[in-house]
Design a binder for this molecule. Structure first.
Ligand SMILES: *Cc1c(COP(=O)(O)O)cnc(C)c1O
Ligand SMILES: [Zn+2]
Length: 445
């Protein structure tokens, strides 16, 4: 198997670098790098042959190919030897028809891709297996990399810590103080990562970690390192495979640093280049109104863009004002007939709760994406008959604090339409029965 990938400058100067070099930006022009593959070599195998190979491997036990990421190894990162791969069997997540939620929203064919049903509870696992495997390979070839570091809004740090712990590589995570959930905070602590709680926001953490990683060979694991994008793009491959190689009409994804929307677009582009699909979905990026630099740029037709100071939002993993992958994301949205929509705090909370009432357990970011869907249906940008996939980026269990506060009605500026509190009762048959009958009666009214 002599497939090969490399880093290439996105700035047009076309400088190339090896994937096992410690580099995140072009030495000539300072632009970000992206991973490029030898597409002509990959095309020597036709689309149907690739499909049957992927079907054969999907969720099977032959290591490492049962992983949703490594089952597509040739398209992700062929340069890593199997013995260096650090995999926790990521990907292969549930994609289900949300019929009742779709009925409420006015979409007949609504599907939820549960990327949070993963090892550390978010899609960040998909990228981190690639990045940590590459570090493992670099270390085993004798390179001196004492630690891997990232700034995080809570999920990148959880993924980095788990994969590094599995590899036996030290991890350092930079978290904005009091801006991640308890569940997210305990993940790196439990995995033994050096956990730094810094009195700033994500953008502030990002600035410091970039400085730190310039020295001491500490390897940067943020998504400006495009190895992560390669793993994350498998979500496109997986959605198409789960639909028996059909492409949905619309995909909605919540965006913060905008690595994932870039990954989604890159995945579909690669599938088309290989003859596996022959059309593209429309891609919608959903942002919190309190952290909406991409949305503001969209309103100018992407002619203008200004970083902003992100305000506090329930969707804490996307509280980002200066997204690293802004240019890559705009390129993807221009190619994919893209739209950007925003959601207020009240919409995020109540839409999440509405979805929960149809059987989900939605993280607030998924609530942002669903709120965007509701608005785009109202604006007739999305039709009732469209096949729509909403990417659920994290497991709701990481955000139980948010749900508790919602049902206690203690979130500022949110009026909880779906409030549901436990009824406290003495162990008395009559009282319990009365409580049940009252509830059944109010349901039937
Ligand atoms: C990281 C993250 C996002 C945003 O992804 P970006 O690549 O930063 O745009 C959305 N939701 C959750 C739960 C995340 O952890
Ligand atoms: Zn360059």
């Amino acid at each position: 198997m002599d497939y090969k990938a490399w880093f290439q400058c996105i700035g047009g100067c076309d400088e190339k670098y090896e994937l096992n070099e410690i580099i995140y930006q072009c030495k000539k022009c300072n632009n970000l790098l992206e991973v490029r593959h030898d597409i002509n070599k990959l095309k020597e195998q036709d689309g149907d042959t690739w499909k049957s190979l992927f079907e054969e491997r999907y969720r099977k036990t032959l290591w490492p190919y049962g992983s949703g990421v490594w089952g597509k190894k040739e398209l992700v990162c062929p340069n890593i030897a199997n013995e260096n791969i650090i995999s926790l069997y990521e990907g292969g997540t549930n994609l289900f028809w949300a019929e009742r939620l779709g009925n409420k929203i006015g979409i007949d064919d609504l599907w939820i891709k549960q990327c949070g049903d993963s090892h550390t509870g978010s899609f960040k696992d998909l990228g981190m297996t690639v990045l940590v495997s590459m570090v493992n390979q670099m270390k085993s070839s004798g390179m001196d990399i004492p630690a891997v570091a990232c700034a995080s809004t809570g999920d990148t740090s959880a993924a980095l810590s788990a994969y590094c712990a599995a590899a036996g590589i030290p991890a350092i995570v930079f978290l904005p103080k009091d801006k991640v959930s308890n569940a997210q905070l305990i993940q790196p602590i439990a995995n033994g990562a050096l956990t730094l709680s810094i009195d700033t926001d994500f953008d502030g953490c990002m600035k410091i970690v970039r400085e730190i990683c310039k020295n001491d060979n500490i390897y940067l694991a943020n998504s400006m390192n495009s190895l992560r994008i390669e793993g994350q793009k498998t979500v496109s491959f997986e959605i198409v495979q789960q639909f028996d190689w059909e492409v949905p009409d619309v995909i909605i994804i919540p965006g913060g640093n905008l690595g994932n929307v870039t990954a989604l677009g890159n995945g579909f582009t690669m599938l088309r280049d290989l003859g596996i699909i022959d059309k593209f979905p429309k891609i919608v990026c959903a942002q919190a109104a309190n952290a909406n630099p991409l949305y503001r740029s969209f309103l100018t037709g992407f002619k203008e863009y200004k970083p902003i100071q992100a305000q506090k939002t329930l969707a804490s993993a996307i509280q980002i004002g200066n997204p690293v992958s802004i240019n890559k994301a705009i390129k993807v949205l221009n190619t994919f007939n893209g739209l950007v929509e925003e959601a207020t705090e009240d919409e995020i909370a109540n839409t999440s709760a509405m979805a929960d009432h149809t059987g989900l357990f939605c993280c607030p970011h998924t609530g942002v994406a669903l709120s965007a869907l509701i608005k785009l249906v109202e604006k007739k940008e999305i039709k009732r008959s469209d096949k729509v996939v909403v990417i659920s980026t994290a497991n709701g269990l990481k955000f139980s604090d948010f749900k508790i506060r919602y049902h206690e009605n203690s979130i500022e500026n949110v009026n909880p339409s779906f409030q549901n509190l436990p009824i406290e009762l003495k162990p008395c048959y009559e009282d319990v029965r009365k409580a049940i009958l009252n509830k059944l009666e109010s349901n039937s009214r």
